[in-house]
Every structure is written in C-alpha cells, then in structure tokens.
Write a protein that binds this ligand. Structure first.
Ligand code: MLT
Length: 267
C-alpha cells in the first residue's frame, strides 16, 4: 500500500509526514540526520493492519526549520499538530534515538494520548556533562563544515565491524543526511543538549513501554539502558545481539520482530 505525502502549517513553516493504511495508529519518529523514509520497510509491513504515520521532524526531511533551537518540546508540539490534523486521539509511538526523545517529551505533555511507547535505540536520560560538551564541539564543527560533519558522523552510528558490511547503506544514508540544512543540524544538536531527563515519565507510565537496545550501540550504551530498567520491572525490553545504533539496517529482521511485538501489544 503506497503512502500519501501530507503537510500541515506549523509556526510559519510546514511539517511534512506520510500516512498509509487503516487501523490503530502508529507514529514513527526518525533520529538525528534521518527522515521519515527510514521507516519505509516497516511501514509497508504494518499498513495492512495499522494506520501508519511517519513524520519528518523539524529541520529534517521536507520539514522546515523553526528557529535556532529545536527543543524536544517544540518537536512534540509539531507532532501534536499532525495528530490533530489526522483526528487521532490515542497513538502508539516508535522513536529512533532522537525520535524517542521527542516521543518522551510528547508522552510527558500528553499522557492521555499514549497507547504505548517503543524506544528504539533511544534513552530516557538527559545528556551527561561530557555528552553536552560533545554537542558543543559538534556544533562548532557543523558551523565550520556541515558536510564534513555529516560524512564523518554517519559511519560512527554503526558497530565498527558493520561499517564495511553496510558500506552501500552508509553511502545512501550520507547522501540523504547531506540534504539536512546546517541550521537543521545545529537546532537538533542544541535541542538534544538541553533536553530534560525523562526517566520519571517511563517509571510512572500508565501505558506500555518497550525498549529495543543495541548490544554494541556506540551512541546509547547497553549498560546505561540496563541501569534505567533496574527499578522498572513493568518495562519490557529486548537486547539485539551484536547490533549498533542503526538496528533497522544492521539487524532489520530482529528489529521487525520487536516493532511488530510492540505495536501489536500496545493496540
Ligand atoms: C540519533 O541517532 O538520533 C542521535 O545520535 C542521538 C543522540 O545523539 O543522542
């Protein structure tokens, strides 16, 4: 089933998203330097049973930049605009990395609209001091040369051993990511840097939460997630063996099992 491309007006610009299928709604949110097209492979497998939305977050894909900082709250507000337009009152979220941070901001603001939350290679924790310093360095690099920042960053999302195996996919990802504007990259880095810790959101979530975790994720380490899960036995999770941060590419089928499990159990 092919998806329909849509836009809504938001804060003087446009938010772009795709919709396909009928049934309980599942909203996919991509990560940093990605866009809604990353979900195509899963979208096609789900849209005969679910209404699937994939949203381009601010400054990514075909969605406008709305300022110098895209906070997770601003991104969540834009997501709300899309859901209102689609007349959806309760949805399941699958958020990859930064997309998970946005889903958490949404969940904090609008818990009654949550059917379930799948944190896909993502975390509920805020940036550490070291990570914030890394963001500042990244912002300086982007200001100097955004293209070289993108070319350098994409392979680092993969498990080192997978960087050769997925050479072609990395090349394709780089060319997609190179279409992200300098302002879009900086605004997302600034937004991620100042995001709140939302462990409390998952601790008291009245809806199901499922983590998909990469055993070898170089961006969001396994042990950091295991610490978050320690006092939260109500949260389900799956560690994908040998996988880096890009599970939808590095372990597509294992991740499909998890996404399927999550959205089916949420609905
Ligand atoms: C992402 O993949 O969305 C980012 O790498 C997440 C992050 O930098 O925290």
């Amino acid at each position: 089933m092919t998806s329909i491309q849509k836009t809504i007006a938001f804060k003087g610009g446009n938010a772009h998203y795709t919709v396909s299928g009928k049934g309980p709604a599942v909203v996919f949110l991509h990560g940093f330097l990605e866009n809604s097209s990353m979900w195509e492979v899963y979208e096609e497998r789900l849209n005969h049973r679910f209404k699937v939305l994939a949203i381009d977050l601010p400054g990514h894909g075909k969605t406008t930049c709305f300022g110098y900082v895209h906070s997770m709250e601003l991104m969540a507000e834009m997501v709300l605009g899309v859901l209102k337009k689609e007349k959806l009152r309760k949805v399941s979220f699958v958020g990859h990395s930064m997309g998970g941070y946005v889903a958490l901001a949404f969940a904090e603001a609008y818990p009654d609209m949550m059917k379930g939350l799948c944190l896909f290679f993502s975390t509920a924790r805020a940036d550490t001091k070291v990570k914030k310093e890394g963001r500042n360095k990244a912002i300086s690099l982007v200001k100097r040369n955004a293209k070289s920042f993108v070319r350098h960053s994409i392979p680092l999302l993969f498990r080192p051993k997978n960087r050769i195996l997925f050479r072609d996919e990395i090349k394709a990802l780089k060319s997609e990511a190179l279409r992200t504007s300098k302002q879009g990259i900086i605004a997302a880095l600034e937004g991620m840097k100042i995001r709140d810790d939302r462990e409390i959101v998952i601790k008291f979530a009245p809806y199901p939460v499922h983590f998909v975790i990469g055993e070898k994720d170089p961006i969001i380490p396994l042990d950091q997630i295991m610490e978050q899960l320690r006092d939260k036995p109500h949260i389900s999770y799956k560690v994908i063996k040998g996988c880096g941060h890009m599970g939808h590419i590095e372990e597509r089928e294992w991740c499909w099992e998890e996404i399927q499990y999550a959205v089916e159990s949420f609905s």
